[in-house]
Design a protein around this ligand. Structure first.
Ligand code: SF4
Length: 408
């Protein structure tokens, strides 16, 4: 199993926003099961690593290299191709530039202790500079504090390690064809940022702050803020009794909140923390039961089976043969419209690229919705389940990808 520094570059953003997360996460194993997105990210990184290796060998031998072109099918292989195409468009590599793939880096404080360490996807070392590149497979733009703290740590560590006065960082998101940039020309200031985060974590009474960063925190099970929120919700509506159905609980809770409107804010904040806590706890309990099925009396695990339609057209024909009408079929059959839309966008965009007139995903998606959702169209938009979404804080600048410059 690979070792991760507790204040690894990817954790530093969370540590900065909530120093208490260091204490809560200490010694806690990953309790959230690695999801599909994490597995996809690992696969994309492996593909990138393989292609970078070929590229490096060509550079070392002084040969030209034509990297494999993107195929725009959103697979791990395709995203890796897009990363390499982006890299190829830069003119950083020339004589005297060293290339390190999957470079282990550590940043040391004034006392010689390791402040943070991790592995950068790509490191280039020139005469007076270092450049660190990290690939991100996320579908959404990155959270800026987390992104800035991560790249600050890698770039500073590389500058320190190779004794270079200038450092540049790039977090490239091939899915969005976008790049976050960061620059350091005063190493002591960059080290100070990391050292102050690490110091705040060591405080025996650290500060706790909840927010979006809690989603990735493995300390939720013991976190005092989560526990406080949990107690608020558990103590909430007067009148909830054991044996009530979900609907009955909802009615009691609604009546309570309508009579105590100032409490709505409190519960909205609480749910934001408690829902991830419930998911994390469920994953932890399932894992324990899987490892030791007899550990809890009265509970066991069962894998859920489901059926899915692989050929709806064949299924329709089969039902029609037995007298099931078109209307009955349409009333009971569903299509994964989101998935179908994605496929539509992919196919139409590929065709537009081949024709030399690339259309944006957003425009194609809009066109799909216009064509399918109009009067008499095959798709109807339904009122969905309302979701709780935190408001963006004032000053959030969602568009800029410039993470800043650290100067003296
Ligand atoms: S759950 Fe949130 S508030 Fe609690 S320790 Fe983790 S990051 Fe901090």
């Amino acid at each position: 199993m690979s070792y991760h520094h507790p204040n690894s570059p990817s954790n530093l953003g969370r540590r900065r926003l909530c120093p208490g997360s260091y204490k809560e996460e200490a010694g806690v194993p990953e309790i959230v099961e690695a999801g599909e997105a994490a597995e996809f990210g690992t696969e994309m990184h492996k593909e990138c690593e393989g292609m970078l290796d070929v590229w490096r060998r060509h550079v070392v031998e002084g040969k030209e290299w034509a990297p494999p072109l993107p195929i725009w099918d959103d697979t791990a292989d395709d995203l890796a191709r897009r990363c390499i195409a982006w890299l190829k468009s830069k003119s950083w590599v020339g004589p005297g530039v060293d290339i390190y793939i999957e470079a282990p880096l550590a940043l040391y404080g004034e006392d010689g202790a390791v402040l943070t360490s991790g592995t950068a996807d790509l490191l280039l070392v020139g005469q007076d500079w270092v450049r660190v590149v990290d690939w991100k497979s996320n579908r959404e733009p990155l959270e800026k504090v987390t992104a800035a703290m991560q790249i600050n740590a890698y770039v500073a560590a590389a500058m320190q390690s190779f004794n270079k006065p200038e450092g540049f960082g790039y977090l490239h998101q091939p899915r969005l064809e976008d790049t976050y940039t960061y620059e350091i020309d005063h190493l002591p200031s960059a080290i100070k940022i990391v050292a102050s985060i690490v110091d705040a974590c060591k405080d025996p009474e650290p500060e706790y702050n909840e927010g979006e960063h809690c989603g990735f925190c493995n300390g939720k099970l013991t976190c005092p803020l989560v526990s406080k929120r949990f107690k608020q919700v558990a103590a909430m509506p007067v009148g909830i009794q054991e044996g009530m159905t979900n609907k009955e609980v909802e009615i009691v809770a609604r009546e309570y909140l309508m009579a105590n409107k100032e409490a709505i804010q409190q519960y909205a904040d609480a749910l934001h923390l408690i829902e991830p806590l419930a998911r994390a706890t469920r994953a932890a309990v399932l894992r324990c039961l899987k490892e030791d099925p007899d550990s809890v009396e009265g509970w066991t695990t069962r894998s859920q089976q489901s059926r899915s339609v692989v050929d709806p057209i064949k299924l329709y024909e089969l039902c029609r043969e037995r007298g099931v009408g078109e209307q009955e079929f349409m009333d009971t059959c569903s299509v994964k419209i989101g998935e179908l839309e994605k496929e539509y966008v992919r196919v139409v965009q590929n065709a537009s690229i081949k024709e030399g007139n690339k259309q944006t995903k957003r425009a194609i998606r809009q066109d799909f919705q216009n064509r399918t959702e109009g009067a008499g169209g095959p798709v109807k938009r339904n009122e969905g389940v309302a979701m709780l979404i935190p408001n963006k804080k004032k000053g959030d600048d969602g568009d800029s990808r410039d993470l800043g410059k650290i100067t003296g």
